[in-house]
Design a protein around this ligand. Structure first.
Ligand SMILES: *[C@@H]1O[C@H](CO)[C@@H](O)[C@H](O)[C@H]1NC(C)=O
Ligand SMILES: *[C@@H]1O[C@H](CO)[C@@H](O)[C@H](O)[C@H]1NC(C)=O
Ligand SMILES: *[C@@H]1O[C@H](CO)[C@@H](O)[C@H](O)[C@H]1NC(C)=O
Ligand SMILES: *[C@@H]1O[C@H](CO)[C@@H](O)[C@H](O)[C@H]1NC(C)=O
Ligand SMILES: *[C@@H]1O[C@H](CO)[C@@H](O)[C@H](O)[C@H]1NC(C)=O
Ligand SMILES: *[C@@H]1O[C@H](CO)[C@@H](O)[C@H](O)[C@H]1NC(C)=O
Ligand SMILES: *[C@@H]1O[C@H](CO)[C@@H](O)[C@H](O)[C@H]1NC(C)=O
Length: 397
């Protein structure tokens, strides 16, 4: 037996072989596949035909019909599969030279686990959730064992969800900022432990605020009333207050305006009248300066109040409302919105003034002309009157 194993050079799981050899004798003569053997892909895998001392010639079959993969049969009847790939998986059976079934083995192939890449989320002060990805696809079922500990403290189990590849620690010791997480992945071919150092205060990142609402404020065409709720995963809102960050912009604009309110709701005073606005809110722990902002809440839309009596909605004044600085997307500046508007307004004003001046000048000129014409006519009439008077005087009475 040891000679066989060393000469085959296979990476077969030794304990499993010996275990199966001890147990298989009872089932040898049945038609059942009694054992599962695990083997490593790309290696040579040795399958023993039951007890190792069988000297009679044996015949191997795979799934009763298929052709065997690349292989050799050793003198003691073992089957050595060379450089196996996934298509070598299946039920192997060995028969004696009378066609009698001696033994059956189900072969499953894969790789031992490799190191994991681990990342942790801390959505509030009472939960650490660490998830991982495998660096090696093992093709075999893997189990995980995970634990967390603060610097120099005892290990605390991290409750594993193997299907979704994460584990949870409830009520971690938050006052200890540096923790070590150890995740051990185990399958039939081996195990591998991965350790990760995490800093809870830096990982603390709330979920986005919820139920964000953008409402008009009646009577105010430039105001919007923005309200929101705490993330539902942040239940201890009194013990751990949050600060908020709101950004908003007219729909179509590249530029966000921002406010940092402490409470909901907040009213903004510089909305663009007549335009729908996009609004997002995010949150951060107020006291933990190292912690992270939440992701932005989903986009919400709201339109400021509009006077129903106005025949001309304000947007008609600037039908070609565009933002000319479209070079840097997503730049966030509170100022940029207003200069654009002022530029537009100034241009209109200048045109109006020029038109006005032209009208004034034209009116003045025509007035002068009329006055001049009248003057000329009057002079003419006076001359005629004078001559006629002179004529009349010179006439004899
Ligand atoms: C598998 O067996 C072949 C033939 O016996 C040998 O040449 C090869 O080196 C073996 N491969 C491994 C990985 O042991
Ligand atoms: C698997 O190995 C067999 C020989 O044992 C070979 O014929 C087959 O092409 C291989 N399949 C793949 C997918 O490499
Ligand atoms: C191998 O044998 C097991 C148990 O008898 C059976 O459930 C399974 O379907 C077989 N697999 C193949 C590929 O024939
Ligand atoms: C997981 O690890 C803990 C502590 O390291 C140990 O007590 C426990 O037996 C392990 N469980 C398994 C299934 O390996
Ligand atoms: C992780 O756990 C495994 C098994 O419990 C242990 O062998 C290994 O030393 C641990 N690694 C660290 C860094 O603590
Ligand atoms: C803003 O909205 C909230 C709730 O949506 C409401 O309670 C509050 O009265 C509103 N404030 C104003 C000024 O409209
Ligand atoms: C912390 O977050 C988890 C996951 O979202 C949640 O189930 C739990 O209730 C939260 N705990 C508190 C105290 O908010």
């Amino acid at each position: 037996m040891p000679g066989l194993l060393s000469s085959s050079g296979s990476l077969t799981v030794i304990w499993f072989l010996s275990w199966s050899l001890c147990r298989s004798s009872a089932q040898i003569w049945t038609n059942e596949v009694s054992d599962v053997q695990y083997g490593r892909l790309d290696s040579n895998v040795t399958l023993a035909c039951g007890k190792s001392q069988i000297k009679i010639p044996v015949v191997w079959h795979l799934d009763d019909s298929q052709v065997l993969p690349w292989h050799k049969v050793t003198s003691d009847g073992s089957l050595v599969l060379l450089h196996v790939n996934l298509s070598a998986q299946g039920n192997y059976s060995c028969y004696d030279n009378h066609g009698l079934l001696l033994h059956s083995i189900k072969l499953r192939l894969g790789y031992p686990p490799g190191l994991l890449s681990i990342s942790c989320q801390v959505p509030n002060h009472t939960l650490v959730r660490c998830s991982w990805k495998e660096s090696v696809k093992t093709f075999l079922p893997v189990e995980y064992n995970a634990s967390l500990r603060g610097n120099g403290k005892a290990w605390q189990p991290c409750l594993v969800d193997a299907a979704h590849k994460y584990c949870d620690v409830e009520h971690p010791s938050f006052w200890q900022t540096i923790h070590t997480l150890n995740v051990t992945a185990t399958n039939a071919l081996g195990s591998e432990s991965t350790a990760a150092r995490i800093k809870l205060d830096k990982l603390l990142k709330p979920d986005p605020p919820e139920s964000v609402l953008v409402n008009e404020v009646e009577g105010f065409p430039n105001r919007l009333n923005i309200s929101w709720n705490f993330p539902s995963s942040w239940a201890l809102r009194d013990a751990f207050p949050l600060v908020f960050h709101i950004r908003y912009r007219p729909h179509g604009s590249q530029y966000w305006s921002e406010v940092y309110p402490e409470e909901s709701p907040v009213v903004i005073f510089d909305a663009l009248a007549g335009h729908p606005h996009q609004v997002q809110v995010r949150a951060r722990d107020e006291l933990d300066a190292e912690s992270q902002w939440s992701d932005w809440s989903p986009l919400r839309y709201g339109r400021p109040w509009e006077d129903p009596a106005t025949s001309e909605p304000p947007e008609d004044h600037f039908p070609d409302y565009v933002f000319p600085f479209n070079t840097k997307p997503e730049t966030s500046t509170s100022k940029s919105l207003k200069p654009v508007l002022q530029d537009d307004g100034n241009l209109g004003l200048v045109i109006l003034l020029v038109l006005f001046a032209v009208v004034i000048i034209a009116t003045v000129l025509s007035l002068f002309f009329v006055v001049w014409v009248k003057q000329r006519r009057r002079e003419h009439v006076t001359k005629q009157e004078l001559t006629s008077m002179v004529k009349m005087k010179s006439m004899p009475i």
